[in-house]
Design a protein around this ligand. Structure first.
Ligand code: DQA
Length: 144
């Protein structure tokens, strides 16, 4: 099974940015967690992070016919990007949305998720472990 893990703007700043909200674990720690999960679960995980909306749209489009599922943390684009939502709809690949923080317990503008209108599940507030949960959910549901 091939899963694409997409991360939006500022996720590369994990461990540095607002540790009280996002924790002290770094982006490198996230990549290590994904690598370990891939090994343990015998999955092919590809990670892509970008601070640019169009780059994320390009990756989602290119995932069609290549990946079996997507795990996406669109970060700030969660709350603004109809383009990311439309790309997910166009690619039509099963997708799970992840947020490191509990967006529901934060500012009202973080409670709107465009990507979430496509994703079949949202995991929020579980820190980096949320990515593993998303991968395990997709493996259980779509893995052969
Ligand atoms: C985030 C939550 C978003 O509101 C924020 O803009 C992010 C990260 C999260 O993982 O908790 O950059 O998606």
């Amino acid at each position: 099974m091939k899963i694409l893990v997409l991360n939006g703007p500022n996720i590369n700043m994990l461990g540095i940015r607002e540790p009280g909200i996002y924790g002290k674990r770094s982006f490198a720690d996230l990549l290590a967690l994904l690598e370990q999960t891939a090994k343990e679960e015998a999955l092919e995980l590809t990670q892509f992070q970008s601070n640019h909306e169009g780059a994320l749209v390009d990756q989602i489009q290119a995932a069609r016919g290549v990946f079996d599922a997507i795990v996406i943390n669109p970060a700030a684009y969660t709350h603004t990007s109809v383009a990311v939502l439309d790309a997910l709809k166009a690619a039509a690949i099963p997708a799970v949305e992840v947020h490191i923080s509990d967006v529901d317990a934060r500012e009202p503008f973080r409670q709107i998720s465009y990507a979430g209108m496509y994703c079949e599940k949202t995991i929020k507030g579980h820190g980096l472990e949320g990515y593993r949960e998303a991968v395990l959910y997709l493996k259980e549901k779509y893995g052969s």
